[in-house]
Design a protein around this ligand. Structure first.
Ligand SMILES: [Zn+2]
Length: 325
C-alpha cells in the first residue's frame, strides 16, 4: 500500500496494569495495535521503556514510518499538568513529575498531546461512539475508582492546568468511608469496585454469597467485574443487592451533575458497566431520577458506552489531531 502523503496518529492508553498503542489513519480507522503489561514493579524507567517499545511495535505492525506520523495522543492516569505535558503524580505507576510529552516527542519526532485517561475515553465516545452529536456529554466510568469527563460543545472541560470532573470524589455521605484522596464519604469510596468488592467479600465470609465463596473466597483481587456478573447470574442475591445499591448511589451523584450541567447525554462505560450493562443502566437511571430535576431528567439520555477499550486510544488520537482541545 502506498502510504505517502497520508496522515497517521497514535492513540495510547497508559494504564496501571496494561498499556495499548493503536495506529489510526486520517479518518481514524485502526491500522494496527500493540499491547503490553505495565511493568510497575520494575520502576518508572522500565515503564517508559515499555511505552516506547509498544508504540514502535504498533508503528512497525502498521508499516507506518516515523516521517508519516502526524502526532501521538496519550490517555494517562494520575494528576497532569496539561500545559507542560507532565505527569505530576501517578501513584499507580510510581511516577512523580515525568515529562512524558517531551520524552515521546524526542523519541518519535512528532507533536504529542497528553490527556487524562477518562477525558480521552469521554472524548472518544463523543467523536466516535454513544455520545456523537451531544451538546453536553458527561462520561462516567466506574472501575477501581470512578472517573468522569465532560465534553461541552466539542471541547473537553478542564481546569487551569489539569483535568476536571472528578465525580468519584463528589461527597455523597457525611462522615462516610475514608477515600483514597484523604477525604471521607466520596462516591468512589462507597460505590467504586474496591468498595463493592470489600462488601462482597464480607457477604461471602458470612455465607451469603455462595458463588463468590466457591470461586474467589474472600480474595479481593479475584473479585473483578466479570466474576461479580457471573455471581449475580448464578443467583448470589447479596452480590446483586450490593452492586445495585452502588450503581444507584452513582446515579444519585450523576443526578447532581445533571442539575449543574444539564447534559443531553450521559455515557456509562468501564469494566463494571460492560460486565452488567442492563443492571447498571437501570440503577443509574433510577438513582438519577431521585436527585435530578424533573425537567432535566426529561432531556437527558443515559447510554452505554460503545467503544470499550478503544474509547481511550481513539479519543487520545483524535485529541492529538485536534492539537489538544
Ligand atoms: Zn475521594
Amino acid at each position: 500500500m502506498n502510504r505517502r502523503g497520508k496522515k497517521f496518529w497514535v492513540g495510547f492508553d497508559l494504564g496501571g496494569t496494561k498499556m495499548m498503542a493503536t495506529i489510526y489513519d486520517g479518518s481514524f480507522k485502526a491500522q494496527a495495535s500493540a499491547k503490553a503489561k505495565t511493568p510497575v514493579n520494575e520502576g518508572p524507567k522500565a515503564v517508559l521503556g515499555r511505552i516506547r517499545e509498544t508504540i514502535a511495535e504498533a508503528l512497525k505492525e502498521a508499516k507506518v514510518p516515523l516521517r508519516a506520523l502526524s502526532g501521538i495522543g496519550v490517555g494517562c492516569p494520575g494528576v497532569l499538568d496539561l500545559d507542560q505535558g507532565v505527569i505530576l503524580e501517578a501513584p499507580n505507576l510510581g511516577w512523580r513529575k515525568v515529562p512524558l510529552r517531551a520524552l515521546l516527542a524526542g523519541w518519535f519526532h512528532c507533536p504529542v498531546v497528553l490527556a487524562n485517561d477518562v477525558d480521552a475515553g469521554t472524548y472518544g465516545e463523543y467523536r466516535f461512539g454513544a455520545g456523537k452529536g451531544a451538546r453536553t456529554l458527561v462520561g462516567v466510568f466506574p472501575g477501581t475508582g470512578i472517573g468522569g469527563g465532560c465534553v461541552y460543545e466539542g471541547k473537553l472541560l478542564r481546569g487551569k492546568t489539569g483535568s476536571a470532573m472528578e465525580i468519584g470524589h463528589v461527597p455523597v455521605r457525611e462522615n462516610g468511608r475514608l477515600c483514597g484522596c484523604g477525604k471521607r464519604g466520596c462516591l468512589e469510596a462507597l460505590a467504586g469496585r474496591l468498595a463493592i468488592s470489600a462488601e462482597v467479600a464480607q457477604a461471602a465470609f458470612r455465607g451469603e454469597a455462595p458463588y463468590i465463596a466457591a470461586n474467589a473466597g474472600s480474595d479481593l483481587k479475584k473479585m473483578k467485574s466479570g466474576l461479580l456478573a457471573k455471581a449475580i447470574k448464578a443467583g448470589d442475591a447479596a452480590v446483586e443487592r450490593i452492586v445495585r445499591d452502588a450503581m444507584r448511589l452513582m446515579g444519585r451523584a450523576i443526578g447532581g451533575v445533571v442539575n449543574l450541567l444539564a447534559p443531553d447525554i450521559v455515557v456509562l462505560g468501564g469494566g463494571l458497566v460492560e460486565a452488567m450493562p442492563r443492571l447498571a443502566l437501570e440503577e443509574v437511571r433510577s438513582g438519577l431520577k431521585e436527585t435530578a430535576m424533573a425537567s432535566l431528567v426529561k432531556q437527558v439520555k443515559v447510554l452505554e458506552a460503545e467503544l470499550g477499550d478503544d474509547a481511550t486510544t481513539m479519543g487520545a488520537a483524535a485529541l492529538a489531531a485536534e492539537g489538544g482541545r
